[in-house]
Design a protein around this ligand. Sequence first.
Ligand code: ADP
Ligand code: MG
Length: 256
Amino acid sequence: MSGLSCAGLGVAIGSKTVLGGIDLTLERGGVTAVVGPNGAGKSTLLSCLAGLRRPSSGGVRLDGADLFALKPRERARRLAFLPQTPEIAWSVEARTLIELGRTPFVGARGQTAEDRTAVDRAMTAAGVEAFAHRLVDSLSGGERARVLIARALAGEPDWLLADEPMTGLDPAHQLDAAALFRRMAGEGAGVVLTLHDLSLAVRIADRIVVLAEGRIVADAGSGEVLTPDLLRRVYGVEAVLTEGPGGPLIDVVGRA
Ligand code: ADP
Ligand code: MG
């Protein structure tokens, strides 16, 4: 019963079914990309899997236990969520914000050496040491995104669920983030990302889950899923799949 799973998961907002009949079992040690058109339900699915949104039907289990029955502190220790448009409410130094990633561990006596080591490691991994003492609201969008990745890493979570973490990163930092997510998975974490760049999804992920209109329409190894036929049906585009010098390439040539 290991892994993060949902069964019969549905979310209705008002009279609209945003997600329906989602059955998914994710294992640690791999990167899963969730892709699909705008409004397909990707963000909603991720927030349910992170325990932040209660589904209208079905449930979410983490290693067999009901995710919504876990204490928030326990859930936060095991699972980190990176929202698509994070709101940073206060003007604090980057390091202070990253230290918040240790909140689920910090006891009455405050930060330990272990907490500080985890924060240092996360800052190095996300390449944000240079901003340690900058105020987060003075950082560029991409710099802030990396600080938030570092905050998530500081908690050394078993699971990282990140909603469009590549959006806003320049090509070099996209490569770094991709390497970071792969490394986390290599070290045994479960990594779940929503992505719009399909070539990037194929290159980063072990598995791709395709959502359309609130349902899973494909779910398989990353090399098998994104066929021209599926891209036509799901996105309404004509695409050519080639092997580029840097890996698989999905060239969208026009509307279907
Ligand atoms: P995606 O991340 O794939 O673009 P979302 O999960 O954000 O999709 O949204 C799925 C659908 O749910 C969209 O049609 C969106 O408009 C709708 N939706 C999300 N939140 C709300 C809300 N609070 N009220 C009404 N509709 C919503
Ligand atoms: Mg979204």
